[in-house]
Design a protein around this ligand. Structure first.
Ligand code: PBG
Length: 325
C-alpha cells in the first residue's frame, strides 16, 4: 500500500483520533518507586546528584511512601544506608538493620503498597563490593549465604518481594531455598537478571555511599557490549525460581528489554536508574529541555520496548499524570 491510497497522517489528525490508535499507555500500575533510608542522621538529607530525591529517615520515609500512595504509586523499593559498615556487611542481615526497621514501620502503616527490598551487600560493606572479598575479588559462593540471610531477614521484617541486585551466580536459587526453609514461600523474588556494569549508577553510589573502595564491578556485573549473555542470565534466573526479572539500566538497554520480552512471559521490570534520572533533571535545570515531556517520553519508551514494570525516581509524578479520572 503506497501513497496516495495510503496516508498515515489520517490517523494523526486530532487528539481524539491519536488517543484511539495509541499502542502504549502508561498507568500508575507500571511504577515502582525506589527510596533510600538512612540511620546516619536524624534528618532527611537531599541527594545532590539526584535533585528532588532524599536519603530518608524512617519518619520521612513513611511520609514519602504515604504521599506516593496518594499519588497512586502501588510499590516501593527500599535501599538502606547503615551507620556502620564492615567487611561482611553485617548490617544488611541484622534484624534491627535500617531496612528491616523501615519495612516494619511501613507495614505498620498498612499502605496500599507492595514493599520490595533490594538485596545486596555493597551499601553495607566497608569495601563497597557486593559480596565477600577473597584475593581482591568477590568470592561468589560464600557470598550467597550472606545474600540469602539478608533476604530472609527482610522477609521476616515483612517485605513482600526481595530483589537481588548483586549479580552473583546462583543467588536466586540460594535465596529461594533459604526463604522456603524459613517458611517464607510466599515472598516473591524479582531478580536483577541482566544488570550491566554501568556508569549510569554514579549518582546512586553517591547517594548510598556504595562506590567500590578498590577496583570495579566488571567481574560480576555484565559487559555493556553483550545482549546474548543477558538472555542466558535471564534464563538461569528463571530456572532458579525468579518470579519476575529485570533489565538494568533501561534507556541504553532498550534492545535488551525487547529481546528479554520475546523470550519470557514472566513480568519484566526495567530500572530507569539514577544517572538517567540525573541527566533529565540537570538538563531541565539548565533549560535545555521540557522536563515533563521528556519524562513521559522516557517512561513510554521503556514500556514500549516491553517492560511491564518501571523502577523510576519519577514514579510519583508519573503516577499522577497517568491516573484516569
Ligand atoms: C546495588 C544497586 C545499585 C543500584 C541498584 N542496586 C548500584 C550498583 O550496582 O552499583 C543502582 C540504582 C541506580 O543507579 O538508580 N548493587
Amino acid at each position: 500500500m503506497v501513497f496516495p491510497t495510503h496516508r498515515p497522517r489520517r490517523l494523526r489528525r486530532s487528539a481524539l483520533m491519536r488517543d484511539l490508535v495509541r499502542e502504549t499507555v502508561l498507568t500508575p500500575d507500571d511504577f515502582i518507586y525506589p527510596l533510600f533510608v538512612q540511620e546516619v542522621s536524624d534528618r532527611p538529607e537531599p541527594i545532590e546528584s539526584m535533585p528532588g530525591q532524599m536519603r530518608h529517615t524512617i519518619d520521612s520515609l513513611k511520609a514519602e511512601a504515604e504521599a506516593a500512595a496518594e499519588d497512586g504509586v502501588k510499590a516501593v523499593l527500599l535501599f538502606g544506608i547503615p551507620e556502620v559498615k564492615d567487611e561482611d556487611g553485617s548490617q544488611a542481615y541484622a534484624d534491627d538493620g535500617i531496612v528491616q526497621r523501615a519495612v516494619r514501620a511501613l507495614k505498620h502503616e498498612k499502605l496500599p503498597q507492595v514493599v520490595f527490598c533490594d538485596v545486596c551487600m555493597c551499601e553495607y560493606t566497608s569495601h563497597g563490593h557486593c559480596g565477600r572479598i577473597r584475593d581482591g575479588d568477590v568470592d561468589n559462593d560464600p557470598s550467597l549465604e550472606l545474600l540469602a540471610r539478608t533476604a530472609v531477614s527482610q522477609a521476616r521484617a515483612g517485605a513482600d518481594v526481595v530483589a537481588p541486585s548483586d549479580m552473583m551466580d546462583g543467588r536466586v536459587d540460594a535465596i529461594r531455598q533459604a526463604l522456603d526453609e524459613k517458611g517464607f514461600e510466599q515472598v516473591a523474588i524479582l531478580s536483577y537478571a541482566a544488570k550491566y556494569a554501568s556508569a549510569f549508577y554514579g549518582p546512586f553510589r553517591e547517594a548510598a555511599g556504595s562506590a567500590p573502595q578498590f577496583g570495579d564491578r566488571l567481574s560480576y556485573q555484565m559487559d555493556p557490549a553483550n545482549v546474548r549473555e543477558a538472555l542466558k542470565e535471564v534464563e538461569a534466573d528463571i530456572d532458579e525460581g525468579a518470579d519476575m526479572v529485570m533489565v538494568k539500566p533501561a534507556l541504553s538497554y532498550l534492545d535488551v528489554i525487547s529481546q528479554v520480552r520475546d523470550m519470557t512471559d514472566l513480568p519484566l521490570a526495567a530500572y530507569n536508574v539514577s544517572g538517567e534520572y540525573a541527566m533529565v533533571e540537570f538538563a531541565a535545570k539548565a533549560g535545555a529541555l521540557d522536563r515533563e515531556r521528556i519524562i513521559r517520553e522516557v517512561l513510554l519508551s521503556i514500556k514500549r520496548a516491553g517492560a511491564d514494570l518501571i523502577l523510576t525516581y519519577h514514579a510519583r509524578e508519573a503516577a499522577r499524570w497517568s491516573r484516569i479520572g
